[in-house]
Design a binder for this molecule. Sequence first.
Ligand code: SF4
Ligand code: SF4
Length: 202
Amino acid sequence: MEVWADNMLINYVNYLNFLNEKLRKFFASQKPYIFCDKGCARCCKNAQFPYSSIEVTYLLAGFQTLDRYTQQVIRSNIQKTVNDKKIFDGEKFLYDCPFLINDVCAVYDFRGVVCRTFGLLSQGNDGRIKVPFCCYQGFNYSNILDMDTKKLSQEKIDKLHLKEEPVAFNVSYEFLTDPAFEYKFKFLFGDKKPLIDWFLDK
Ligand code: SF4
Ligand code: SF4
């Protein structure tokens, strides 16, 4: 365990490299259904962004590499979002990620697990298939979406005559942050909560 503690961040980066390679293959296999535009940052907005302790530590290591002006913009974004959260009175506080500047992630190489998986058709531990929300806005998988039923259409899939089938991978946050990965790569995710909650009361 002590050896783990010494190498925790290095081991987490090894896990990220493993994850990146898996995701690279998943995205490549789904290419005909993926329409991520450069500059599209819809998945970085209006959400909660679950982050574990080690993911935040690594994200902040990325923050330290930024120039002072960019750091200041992010600090001010964080403060504004924290203030908004403190006066929020609803059930689920949604916000734009404070690390997003002019629709570009300022800490891209250091981003968390959920940021890496977004845009794929996914299947959770409960077996439910989840379509990315941008599908309904004309982006990923929208070419096989039946707008009336809001479900993927086998008819549309057949009409495309593609060799690549749409596949729902188990890329849920719950699965990808499972203790099995902690044991395999020898690190701990730690507590998990919405990204902005890590900055409350700081
Ligand atoms: S960390 Fe980067 S990729 Fe993740 S939500 Fe924020 S801006 Fe988007
Ligand atoms: S996953 Fe969807 S929302 Fe995110 S960048 Fe791609 S097209 Fe945009």
